[in-house]
Ligand binder design. Structure first.
Ligand code: MRU
Length: 333
């Protein structure tokens, strides 16, 4: 199943806000609809955002062929719909580079990008599964955070693709999906994908992760990235850093799986990345129920930065990186 694709002149996506209760497919035929889908996380996950951005430009190029100013403004809205995952702006720019050759060329560039992400998922699954077995032996117990499966990547996945490949190889003992407050990508989406794959799993609250590691119940943490910086810092869903600290304290590997399209050599460190701040209401409630008292304020960073010295390995579709294991000195920050 492709969770985002171009079908008969429009973009079709599975609405990730409706899962797991309902499998709802959306047909997106305007830039405004695409921006809205990105902002409210109907489509989400770094590689899927890259494809959404590129296909959004394809829609814009077909809609405004003779109006460069309107086209430019539509493209700008797509590019800035969410700031943290490098894939979105990258996908938009990649598709825009084909504009001088016309709207069909823009669509062709977007579809090439879609296909590249599908191939990247396959390559990461193999490389990542080999690495996990090498580091953790034949029956690892893994903990993953947020959602990094086909929903986040078109099909396959990054970290969850590795989990699925280990399961296929009968080389996986157990997997814990960290629930991923506040929007529950782990409890809703990763659990849904693991269920469809027939992989047994348990959901844990985010704060349980480091304790489960300390108690010897996790052999490695494996998750994705929204941006891998030039120095190896990893920007990913909020909660990743706490899991990395837990992994370091427990002496277990912290493995990041992300395609080359998420590696951003032009951003020096995690401190240079704009971290998306989302609405207070996401934190002050749980699902649709308000839990905090009236008047409560909230702080809601959607991502955090795991410094490179806490990262054991970054598996991409082409290579396995081992970031420097010493913490940065004040002069190198
Ligand atoms: O806010 P989201 O759900 O878009 O955040 C997604 C993540 O943080 C994922 O871990 C990351 O994009 C990797 S997806 C393969």
């Amino acid at each position: 199943m492709r969770t985002i694709d171009w079908v008969d002149g429009a973009v079709e996506i599975i609405d990730q806000t409706a899962l797991p209760a309902r499998e709802l497919w959306l047909r997106i035929s305007t830039v405004d609809e695409m921006v809205d889908a990105i902002v409210r996380l109907a489509v989400r996950g770094a590689p899927a955002l890259g494809v959404a951005g590129a296909l959004g430009v394809a829609l814009a190029a077909r809609t405004y062929p003779d109006d460069p100013a309107v086209l430019a403004s539509a493209v700008r809205r797509l590019e800035t719909a969410r700031p943290t995952a490098v894939n979105l702006a990258r996908g938009v720019r990649l598709a825009m580079a084909a504009l001088p050759s016309g709207a069909d060329a823009v669509l062709a560039a977007a579809l090439t990008m879609r296909d590249a992400e599908i191939s990247a998922s396959e390559a990461m699954a193999q490389r990542g599964a080999d690495l996990v077995t090498e580091l953790c032996g034949p029956a690892p117990r893994l903990l993953t955070h947020c959602n990094t499966g086909g929903l986040a990547t078109v099909t396959g996945g990054t970290a969850l693709g590795v989990v699925a490949e280990l399961h296929r190889r009968t080389a996986l003992a157990a997997v814990i999906a960290s629930e991923t407050r506040p929007l529950l990508q782990g409890a809703r989406l990763t659990a849904w994908e693991l269920g469809r794959l027939g992989i047994p799993y348990r959901v844990a609250v985010d704060a349980a992760g480091p304790f489960l590691m300390a108690r010897g119940e996790v052999d490695a943490v494996i998750l994705g990235a929204d941006r891998v910086c030039a120095n190896g810092d990893v920007v990913n869903k909020v909660g990743s850093y706490a899991h990395a600290l837990g992994a370091q304290a427990a002496g277990i590997p912290f493995i990041v799986v992300a395609p080359e399209s998420t590696v951003d050599e032009s951003t020096a460190t995690g401190a240079d990345v704009e971290i998306e701040d989302r609405a207070a209401a996401e934190v002050l409630g749980f699902g649709d129920a308000r839990v905090a008292p009236d008047g409560a304020a909230a702080v809601n960073p959607a991502f955090d930065v795991t410094p490179h010295h806490l990262v054991t390995a970054i598996v991409t579709d082409r290579r396995t990186l081992h970031p420097p294991s010493s913490p940065p000195t004040p002069s190198s920050i």
